[in-house]
Design a protein around this ligand. Structure first.
Ligand SMILES: *Cc1c(COP(=O)(O)O)cnc(C)c1O
Length: 454
């Protein structure tokens, strides 16, 4: 009998997060101060993030213990299942062996609560009253609203305007978990008011929403800011995904030839691949391929440059060295809201520069075609972000059909698309535009990068 699912028990939940930084050939360079552009100190970050997270951000420890209180909450849905996509393999008539880690089983429906829970724990430990954040498609906001109420914290969510209107169900979920949600840009912050004064009809962007959330956090006593992707500590918290997957792949008797994931800020995919890329960094698996998949509407890894840039539009957050299309870049309103961030996790960018990972970008119609093929075979209707990963798996599986190779492919199925069905509807009606992105727009945005002294 075929086996479709590889399941771990609650006692198998990882006890430690894996910190890749001590194992990297070159670690990502430290952050710069948003105004002075000088090296940022932990003191500079203190008004923004809880202290424990600032320590994790710069930690040189390879293994960091997961607090029991965090593991206790993660057990509500973890360990998550690993699936063999046997029906999809048959549908694609490919000799490839396709596996996926299914993160859609969390209450908010994505990988994002893996870090939200940890961040809330440390915020509570520090005695904070609330956390402010931004959200694109609403997955991160949902994850934080879900987690804050479990720890008795308040939450304020700045939601990118286009998603606020395109995805009302996410807002309703956030409000059900007790969150206070406003469309961004809003009139509640100076950053928001400045943008609205110039362009009252703007569809918003994650960069703007981040500026608003940081401003809100530093101007309210007992509040700090919470970020759902990009920074080192978020990637760290997501490594539970890859730690579990390693055990599950062992149960299946396979080791991946190719790892695939979609990247917005890079957290879900890094969470899966970092515990595996350890084997490539130490030379034991030199041929492991790691494919980061982004949207052609926001191609930071494939068309951006590797440079210092602000993490947010109003230039109030840390300056990081990363692949960026520019902090002022406002991407086309593709449905994969979570892939519309101008930058990328500095850890992934450094690994790309050093040749340990690769990157590609897809247009949304091709992406939904692959997601539909997956849904018809495997049943799960995935998030538009995840659908980008599925398109890459689809292409690699068809390449195996051509070459006759039985490669082992593992991808991160980062979340369900139950609140994104309007996107599938638009695809069915052939109303989804494939945005042609003008090089000029990227060049314009790149002209505004900070001049950082090396
Ligand atoms: C937010 C989100 C993403 C993109 O963010 P990353 O930090 O790159 O993981 C991808 N998939 C889903 C389901 C998401 O909610």
């Amino acid at each position: 009998m075929a086996q479709y699912k590889y399941l771990l028990e609650e006692k198998d939940l990882p006890t430690h997060w894996y910190n890749v930084i001590p194992d990297m050939k070159t670690p990502p360079p430290p952050y710069r101060h948003p105004v002075t552009l000088k090296l940022m100190t932990p003191d500079d970050l203190a008004p923004v993030f809880p202290q424990a997270l600032i320590m994790q951000e710069a930690s040189q420890e390879r293994w960091i213990e997961i607090p029991d209180e965090v593991r206790d909450v993660l057990k509500m849905w973890r360990p998550s299942p690993l699936y063999r996509a046997a029906r999809w393999e048959r549908a694609l008539d490919t000799p490839a062996k396709i596996y996926y880690k299914w993160e859609g089983v969390s209450p908010p429906g994505s990988h994002k609560p893996n870090t939200a829970v940890a961040q809330c724990y440390y915020a509570k430990e520090e005695g904070l009253e609330g956390l402010a954040t931004e959200t694109g498609a609403g997955q991160w906001g949902s994850a934080l609203c879900f987690a804050t109420q479990l720890f008795g914290l308040k939450v304020k969510v700045f939601m990118v305007t286009i998603s606020y209107h395109q995805k009302p169900y996410r807002r309703i979920a956030m409000e059900t978990w007790g969150g206070n949600v406003v469309p961004s840009p809003s009139s509640e912050t100076k950053a928001g008011r400045d943008i609205l004064a110039v362009d009252p009809e703007t569809s918003g962007s994650l960069g703007i929403a981040i500026s608003e959330a940081i401003e809100y956090a530093v101007t309210h006593d007992g509040w700090k800011y919470s970020l759902g992707s990009v920074v080192n500590f978020v990637l760290l918290h997501q490594t539970v995904v890859g730690m579990e997957a390693r055990k599950q792949m062992e149960m299946a008797g396979d080791y991946p030839d190719i790892l695939i994931g979609c990247v917005g800020g890079g957290s879900n995919f890094a969470g899966l691949f970092l515990p595996f890329i350890k084997d490539k960094l130490d030379g034991s698996k030199p041929d492991l391929r790691v494919i980061n998949v982004e949207s052609t509407a926001c191609p930071s890894l494939t068309r951006g440059i590797y440079a210092y840039d602000w993490g947010d539009t109003a230039k109030t957050g840390p300056v990081a060295k990363m692949h960026t299309v520019g902090h002022g870049f406002i991407p086309a309103p593709v449905h994969a809201g979570g892939l519309r961030y101008h930058g990328m996790a500095p850890i992934i960018c450094r690994l790309l520069e050093d040749g340990f990972v690769e990157a590609r970008a897809y247009h949304q119609n091709a992406v939904f075609e692959a997601a539909e093929s997956f849904a018809r075979a495997e049943g799960f209707i995935v998030a538009p972000e995840t659908a980008h990963a599925i398109k890459a798996v689809y292409d690699e599986a068809l390449a195996c059909r051509e070459s006759g190779e039985a490669k082992v492919i593992l991808f991160n199925n980062s979340g369900h698309g139950h609140f994104d069905l309007a996107a599938y509807d638009a695809y069915h009606r052939r109303e989804l535009p494939d945005y042609a992105l003008e090089e000029e727009k990227i060049q314009q945005a790149l002209a505004e990068l900070p001049q950082v002294p090396e």
